[in-house]
Ligand binder design. Structure first.
Ligand SMILES: NC(=O)c1ccc[n+]([C@@H]2O[C@H](COP(=O)([O-])OP(=O)(O)OC[C@H]3O[C@@H](n4cnc5c(N)ncnc54)[C@H](OP(=O)(O)O)[C@@H]3O)[C@@H](O)[C@H]2O)c1
Length: 315
């Protein structure tokens, strides 16, 4: 007997489901947990809030009426962002200047948090490679490892430790952990970054399952490229959006998806790279792209050094 073949291949059903989910999220609009009126009486805490994606979260949450607590390294940049949020959105703003690369900063942050009700925590701070590189060729490898693990992983666990207990007491709260598409599969030559982002993704999804019955939303956010200082992308495109555009889209997924690429074109890219293309090919192509970027970067650096050397000689 011949087998009955479905007119719909499995991948097309998956694609339609994905498109419908995308539409539902687009339609979801403004009534999400991160813009709940009650949450509006509370504060929102953003790490890495002076640039890129973190700054856009701070602006978008302030626009929704949250009082803001901002953390980054530079007090001067924090003051500028805080002033701008207060002027634009008339919200109360506080700042803490710390370096997440250091392990002994959390008692300081805890003091700054005393008597504050935090409704939304955005664990955004993160560092990447200056350029893709083979593990053993990374300059100052020992410090590079410590710094990246402290900033990308320890900060997420420790900030959650400080903020989650009060959320559990109130049975309400949202924690957004900014992982990366590089955490969805191994990305060679960005090995440590990719591994730290996979950690953030697993941490978030485990914790969401532990606490969702107590009213807490913990979301793993996995962006592809966004035009920020980190990526040095100056001209945003549909697939490489501005941080403002990315964050406005991402916040509409809160409460609907516990793991998200956050922005419709990125969701399609996520689906193609995890469901359609075998992971061995994704890893191979990622390595090839990063090898090319590495060669380009090192060639440009060498040319710059030669030019500087030549101009020094002529002086
Ligand atoms: N941009 C992308 O394409 C992309 C894609 C996927 C995931 N992500 C993730 O999204 C997050 C934000 O990325 P981004 O592109 O917006 O980065 P960004 O433009 O480089 O901004 C990073 C922010 O973090 C702060 N920061 C950096 N190191 C710090 C440290 N040691 N201690 C305290 N604050 C520190 C910076 O401020 P100061 O320098 O003043 O401290 C800045 O406010 C990161 O977790 C990144 O991995 C980004």
């Amino acid at each position: 007997m011949g087998s009955v073949r479905s007119p719909w291949p499995v991948w097309s059903v998956g694609l339609i489901y994905r498109l419908l989910t995308g539409f539902r999220i687009w339609d979801h609009g403004r009534n999400t947990a991160a813009s709940h009126p009650e949450a509006g009486k509370m504060g929102s805490f953003v790490t890495g809030a002076t640039d890129g994606i973190g700054k856009s979260y701070a602006e978008e949450l302030a626009r929704r009426g949250f009082a803001m607590m901002l953390i980054s390294r530079s007090q001067e940049k924090l003051n500028d962002v805080a002033r701008s949020l207060e002027e634009q959105f008339k919200v109360e703003t506080r700042t803490i200047a710390v370096d997440f690369g250091k392990p002994d900063i959390y008692s300081n942050i805890e003091e700054g948090l005393a008597n504050l009700e935090i409704g939304v925590l955005v664990n955004n701070v993160g560092v990447s490679y200056p350029y893709p590189e083979y593990y053993l060729h990374i300059p100052d490898l020992e410090n590079f490892i410590t710094n990246m693990i402290n900033v990308n992983m320890t900060s997420v666990c420790q900030m959650t430790r400080l903020v989650l207990p009060k959320m559990v007491d109130r049975s309400k709260g949202v924690i957004l952990n900014i992982s990366s598409a590089s955490g969805m599969y191994p990305v060679p030559l960005l090995t440590v970054y990719s591994a730290t982002k996979a950690f953030v993704d697993f941490f978030s999804r485990c914790l969401h399952e532990e606490y969702r019955r107590q009213g807490i939303i913990i979301q793993s956010v996995l962006p592809f490229f966004v035009a920020t200082k980190m990526t040095r992308i100056r001209k945003p495109t549909l697939d490489k959006p501005t941080p403002e555009r990315y964050v406005a889209a991402e916040l509409n997924t809160v409460g609907l998806q516990s793991q998200t690429n956050g922005y419709f074109p990125h969701a399609v890219m996520g689906w193609v790279t995890t469901r359609l293309v075998p992971s061995s090919i994704v890893i191979f192509l990622g390595a090839r792209m990063n090898r090319l970027q590495r060669t380009g970067y090192l060639t440009r650096r060498k040319l710059r050094e030669q030019k500087n050397g030549a101009s020094l000689k002529t002086e």
